[in-house]
Design a protein around this ligand. Structure first.
Ligand code: ADP
Ligand code: ZN
Ligand code: ZN
Length: 728
């Protein structure tokens, strides 16, 4: 009987590939989860062995042997492979790309999976005594150097010597005069900070979780901002670590990892690893390998970390679980939050989803009993919640988007020596440039959208395709000189504020500033140090940071979210408002939040202001239920784009009739032009498939996708998005 190897090879093909064992036979049986190099067409590729089998759908005479086995120890365990295969099936993404894509780049390229340890030399008591007697000048020099440094030196610090210390150290180690030790991952030398006295709400939440350690259970921890969710995580994490088990903590943003890492390191007696795209390839690989081997007990990472193998799984935490950044928006479009829950189930461990503003999906799961719902309804310590006010801006004379009453509030706050935070989710100077005489507007030639005015750089920029050009001096259509920037972006509000409040120290945070100066952390520190009076920014501000001395928060434009084609826009807007509002205030100085709107009577705003996010969410969920939208239905979106206007629509028309033929009971909506019908020179259309249960939807996709590949329309690029978050 022949052995057939089922191998995941990165290629745009749904299934794995069959190969024969390497020749000559290497002896020990091949273990699933190991990397192999295989012939692929005329080249070779790195793949992962999924399993062995005894038969193949391919004629065995046409199968080729594996060229090389790269690992003796599997990189993925059987639970990891189960998760990857689940993800590949659920998101209908090729198993090879999912599996090999879960490796850090160097491992994907076939580099050795070797853990590298930092090392250090330690002088022994014998070495100390021998110091005067050692004759060899280099041996003596190395011992003296060690003595000068207090007996311990990191080997990386010896790189500056102009002679090779390694053989010398080896000889001295053989004599017992020094020791070569692994340095690497020990926790910070200072003893951990004592925890604050945990309050009754926190205790109740932690006590609800701990009986479930060691088996699968999902918890939604809904705690208002500043309620001390992190303390609840820490309290559970301490128990897991005491059992010598590992913890994976997922965060939506790289920018949040340094502060949480510091906080964890000050509190926990273990090294804390990080895994995100801001690290070098080498650092990522080492974090990956050390979490896999169990050497790092606690890993903080962004969405790709959800696939990092763990040796002794204990707990997964998803912080700010509502954040759309957990969904990958291109290629393998997975939701790290959802994968985390599946992973916890496969591993038989608890998972905690934490947020002040949970997603409607997670709230729905909590209401239907799939998740345990834990609440922290009050701010920790004595901090009081901020008070929310609507500022009706109809018939008001706005300057750079600021109502007179808002300006008065800002002025009064500054006069008291307190800080102000302004939030506007639009960067640039103005979202449009328009001719006052003929009505011409600056459109992007390649997209169905307006060019954004960036006055500081003198450029018009498209935020969708990157196209840019100089701001014209006269109207390209009529030659008039009266070109007006219309609407506001952060750059314009900044200019207005510095004119209105010349004495105030002003800082702006948005993608333009951070790209130029990369100084998000510096500004955050300046705000904490009281060196900033007014902080202005986009949604970057809404994430994670606390500003206890801010007592006034202004949301400049709440309306964008109320009337959008995207049914998730109100949910996003409510989350943003609550998150931004939550940045402000503390015990002795509660915060005030002003929300500028033209629709003060809007029911969702009213719910949000009346009794807060939980009531807003209940109402929004009811609207979703009536409209049969997620989470009360399940969606898959097929997007298509091409250079020709008609071809994506024609293509999706064929997909739609195929789908209707295969599964007449599902709703097939469209095809329709995408909400932005042209982007970067390509015409775009989309087809939405919706059903009230997941199984028929996935059954249809299983049968539909292979047939799509056979359709004429080769010039059309298409992709599938399961559980799409964004209809753009
Ligand atoms: P969240 O993650 O819910 O926004 P954090 O865990 O960051 O809240 O806590 C917010 C602030 O409250 C932090 O400064 C934290 O040190 C403090 N805090 C948390 N729990 C307590 C407590 N039980 N007593 C006093 N202060 C607390
Ligand atoms: Zn004109
Ligand atoms: Zn464009």
């Amino acid at each position: 009987m022949k052995t057939i190897l089922k191998i995941a090879v990165p290629a745009p093909v749904a299934t794995c590939f069959d190969y024969l064992p390497p020749e000559p036979d290497p002896g020990p049986p091949l273990r699933p989860g190991c990397r192999v190099r295989v012939p692929f067409g005329r080249t070779t590729r790195i793949g992962i062995l999924l399993r062995t089998d005894s038969d193949s759908a391919v004629d065995p005479r046409r199968l080729r042997p594996v060229l090389e086995v790269l690992d003796t120890e599997p990189l993925f365990g059987s639970d990891d492979l189960r998760l990857l295969e689940w993800a590949s099936r659920y998101y209908h993404h090729p198993i090879g790309e999912v599996t090999v894509g879960a490796l850090p780049t160097p491992l994907r390229q076939g580099r050795p999976a070797r853990v590298k340890h930092k090392q250090r030399l330690r002088l022994t008591p014998a070495g100390r005594e021998a110091l005067a007697a050692v004759k060899s000048p280099r041996q003596a020099a190395l011992l003296r150097l060690l003595q000068h440094q207090g007996g311990v030196v990191k080997t990386e610090a010896l790189g500056g010597l102009d002679w090779n210390w390694r053989p010398v150290a080896k000889t001295l180690a053989e004599k017992g005069f020094l020791r070569l030790e692994n340095a690497g991952n020990e926790p910070t030398a200072t003893p951990p900070d004592p925890p604050p006295a945990i309050n009754p709400d926190q205790r109740r939440a932690a006590d609800s979780i701990t009986p479930h350690l060691g088996h699968f259970a999902a918890f939604l921890l809904e705690g208002v901002t500043g309620s001390g969710k992190t303390e609840v995580y820490l309290s559970v994490i301490e128990r897991i670590l005491a059992q010598k088990r590992q913890v994976l903590v997922l965060l939506p943003e790289i920018a949040l990892t340094p502060q949480l890492k510091r906080r964890f390191e000050r509190r926990l007696p273990v090294p804390v690893g990080v895994y995100h795209s801001g690290l070098s390839d080498g650092e990522r690989t080492q974090s990956w390998l050390k979490f896999r081997s169990g050497e790092i007990p606690l890993l903080l990472g962004t969405r790709s970390a959800v696939f990092v193998p763990m040796a002794r799984p204990g707990l997964i935490v998803v912080d700010e679980e509502h954040d759309p950044s957990f969904k990958q928006q291109e290629g393998f479009r997975f939701s790290a939050r959802d994968v985390a829950v599946i992973r916890a189930r496969i591993l038989g461990i608890p998972v905690i989803l934490g947020s002040a503003t949970p997603s409607l999906e997670s709230l729905h799961n909590a209401r239907s009993g799939r998740y345990h719902h834990l609440r922290l309804p009050h701010r920790a310590g004595n901090a009081r919640p901020p008070r929310l006010h609507l500022q009706d801006i109809r018939r008001q004379k706005l300057r750079a988007g600021l109502a007179p009453a808002t300006c008065e509030r800002i002025e009064a706050t500054l006069a008291r020596g307190e800080q102000v935070l302004l939030f506007l989710n639009r960067r640039g100077f103005a979202p449009t440039l328009m001719c006052h005489d003929c009505g011409w507007v600056a459109d992007c030639r390649r997209c169905d959208t307006r060019l954004v005015v960036h006055r500081r750089d003198g450029r018009l920029r498209c935020h969708h395709c990157g196209h840019e050009r100089a701001i014209p001096e006269t109207c390209p259509a009529c030659g008039s000189g009266s070109l007006l920037p219309l609407g506001q972006g952060t750059e314009r509000v900044e200019a207005e504020l510095s004119e209105r409040f010349p004495g105030a120290r002003l800082a702006r945070i948005d993608r333009d500033v951070v790209r130029r100066k990369g100084n998000l952390e510096t500004v955050v520190e300046q705000v904490h140090a009281g060196e900033i009076d007014i902080l202005l920014g986009t949604q970057m501000l809404a994430k994670g940071h606390h500003f206890p001395d801010v007592t006034l928060v202004v949301v400049l434009d709440a309306d964008a979210g109320l009337y959008s084609v995207d049914f998730r826009a109100p949910e996003r807007m409510a989350q943003l408002i609550v998150q931004v509002a939550g940045r402000a205030g503390r015990a002795d100085k509660p915060g005030r939040v002003i929300i500028q709107t033209r629709h003060p009577e809007h029911p969702l705003l009213a719910a949000l202001l009346g009794s807060g996010y939980p009531d807003f969410a209940a109402q929004a969920l009811e609207e979703r239920r009536q409209a049969q939208l997620p989470p009360f239905s399940h969606q898959a979106l097929i997007r298509a784009e091409a250079h020709r206007l008609q071809s994506p629509l024609d293509f999706l028309e064929q997909v739609a009739s195929l789908a209707k033929h295969l599964e007449p009971r599902l709703e097939i909506l469209g095809p329709v032009p995408a909400p932005m019908p042209k982007r970067a020179g390509r015409h775009r259309a989309q087809l939405l498939i919706q059903g009230d249960r997941r199984e028929p939807l996935h059954r249809l996709l299983d049968r539909l996708l292979p047939r799509i590949g056979e359709l004429p329309g080769s010039r059309v690029r298409w992709s599938l998005d399961v559980d799409p978050l964004d209809l753009y």
